[in-house]
Ligand binder design. Structure first.
Ligand code: ADP
Length: 219
């Protein structure tokens, strides 16, 4: 359901991605590992439409049968809202909003029904063991709780694919472990697809597939 063929990316004269090919199936958990500077984040951002491949080369980027290179910027923004969930190393929750509100924001942007969205957000909070934290603001939550709220926010629109960039990079080892377990529970419950850039060896070893990037290609 994600197909990337011959993805190149240049920043100025520097070729950061040198022809990446990748297919990811629904419900698969794929870890991308490799040294810093290998191009992992760049690839993840291109898969998630936050960045685009360099156009000098023929390429294919397809998610759920939709060819992203054929879409206008407006269509890409709508596509992203509907199909992609992101989890970052630093949770990027909005500090002035509660956990519940933070989770609902992507759905409100997508013009979803308020009541149904809040219902779904509460369900997710329950699933994540955070039902008692829904009115808390991010600074009233632990690092692990903040990251679980960020996971719920990534899930609120039922995205086809969740992209995570060092999701446990900022967590202590026990919070990291429970976050990793959560990814697998979500996959088992919702058949959710994950692509996770990580330096965490344990997570990479648990994944269905581990891809190693070096110097702009998958080796
Ligand atoms: P990784 O995630 O594997 O550490 P990145 O994808 O972040 O690697 O970066 C790959 C290379 O691209 C690095 O050399 C980085 O400095 C460079 N790079 C990333 N983003 C930009 C940018 N916006 N402008 C110029 N160079 C960039």
């Amino acid at each position: 359901m994600v197909i990337a063929k011959n993805i190149h990316k240049y920043y100025g004269d520097t070729e950061v991605l040198k022809g990446v090919n990748l297919t990811i199936n629904k419900g698969e958990i794929v870890a991308i590992v490799g040294p810093s500077g290998a191009g992992k984040t760049t690839l993840l951002q291109i898969l998630g439409t936050l960045d685009s491949p360099s156009k000098e080369e023929d390429f294919l980027l397809e998610v759920n049968g939709i060819r992203l290179q054929n879409l206008t910027n407006r269509m890409i923004a709508a596509f992203r809202n509907e199909h992609i969930g992101y989890i970052f190393q630093f949770h990027q929750l909005l500090p002035e909003f509660t956990a519940l509100e933070n989770i609902c924001i992507p759905a409100f942007i997508g013009k979803k029904n308020r009541k149904e969205t809040e219902q779904k957000a509460k369900e997710l909070l329950r699933f994540l063991g955070l039902e008692n934290r829904m009115k808390h603001k991010p600074n009233e939550l632990s690092g692990g709780e903040q990251q679980r709220v960020a996971v719920a926010r990534a899930l609120i629109n039922n995205p086809s694919i969740i992209l995570a960039d060092e999701p446990s990079g900022n967590l202590d080892s026990s919070s990291a472990e429970s976050l990793h377990k959560l990814f697998f529970e979500l996959r088992d419950t919702y058949n959710q697809t994950f692509v996770i850039v990580t330096h965490n060896q344990e997570l990479a070893d648990m994944a269905d597939r581990k891809l190693t990037m070096r110097d702009g290609i998958i080796i």
